[in-house]
Write a protein that binds this ligand. Structure first.
Ligand SMILES: [Zn+2]
Length: 312
């Protein structure tokens, strides 16, 4: 029942219609013999959309046995506590796990970034009861019925980041960048406090290694969709990291204020997209899926900690 006639497991892309914008945040639904798995569950604010999507595929929330989170940022895992209360087991990176049990630090750091918009953007964030957490180690295979997911440690966007390799797909969370449906354009989310260029490159090299050994053929970033041109996508990811590095090396040595970094980064990002042929109408969707204004503080922090020569 869980397989289609080609013997492949169906994977349904659920559009959580974040902030009334289609194609910004996905949750991936994979049925199995005793229910279904979600890879990512979106924030608390999109729970109604999640329910509707599940219903459209013939599932109730209580049919969700397992949720695999790539990382704990609110747009990926904000609804995990709520799903755990409906019976789901939540799989998460060891570094992220304590923050799901006790989200106070996570929420106060998010509140510093989002201020008054917290509730509107993210809705309710409930803690995950410890008995509902599963914490795989790097390389572990998560077995759910006949389904097999391999967790691969991939920091760089955040320290607590896994990708999950499932059959011929790699669910890349945010480390695979942001690429909207049917568009050949990639952006990198580099938020504080954990964006780290070199660590991200190491993770990308690891993904390239997996890909060249045939571990997957398709790539599925949470923002947004399943793409079959993984080779192009991974190469583009390399370029995007190089572009950000070149931008930082051009702008940051002058020790600009955060306001200047913000201004320069926003206009550079937009211009880069337009130069690459992105339809200007899609810029808003990219900005919702990955708000560019979150990146300058991440870049500033990375530069100050890792690249700035220490005084004296
Ligand atoms: Zn993230």
């Amino acid at each position: 029942m869980a397989q289609n006639k080609n013997g492949e497991t169906p994977i349904h892309t659920l559009d959580l219609n974040f902030m009334d914008t289609p194609g910004a945040i996905a949750s991936y639904l994979i049925p199995h013999e005793h229910g279904a798995v979600l890879v990512e569950c979106g924030p608390g604010s999109t729970v109604p959309a999640l329910k509707n999507n599940l219903q459209a595929h013939g599932f109730k929330v209580t049919d969700i046995t397992d949720v695999l989170l790539t990382h704990i940022h609110l747009d990926h895992g904000g609804a995990a506590g709520w799903l755990a209360r409906q019976g789901a087991r939540i799989h998460v990176h060891p570094v992220g796990a304590p923050h799901l049990i006790d989200p106070e630090k996570l929420l106060s750091s998010a509140a510093r970034i989002y201020g008054d918009l917290m509730q509107k953007l993210w809705g309710e964030f409930l803690p995950v009861p410890p008995e509902k957490l599963a914490v795989p180690q790097d390389g572990d295979v998560i077995e759910i019925g006949k389904l097999r997911f391999r967790a691969v440690d991939t920091p760089g966007h955040a320290y607590h980041h896994y990708v999950y390799i499932f059959e011929d797909i790699c669910f890349t969370g945010d480390v695979g960048g942001v690429r909207l449906d049917s568009v050949r354009h990639l952006r990198l989310p580099t938020p504080p406090p954990e964006f780290h260029l070199e660590i991200w490159r190491e993770s990308l090299n690891r993904l390239m290694g997996e890909f060249s050994h045939g571990a997957f053929q398709r790539i599925a970033p949470t923002h947004f969709g399943v793409f079959s041109d993984a080779a192009w996508h991974l190469a583009e990811l390399h370029k995007a990291l190089d572009d950000i590095e070149a931008w930082m090396e051009a702008v940051m040595p002058a020790d600009p204020s955060i306001e200047t970094i913000h201004q320069e980064f926003m206009s550079w990002t937009e211009q880069r997209s337009l130069n690459q042929g992105l339809d200007p109408n899609l810029i808003r969707a990219y900005e919702l899926a990955n708000p560019s204004w979150m990146s300058p503080p991440g870049i500033e922090r990375y530069w100050r900690k890792n690249r700035k020569p220490t005084d004296g």
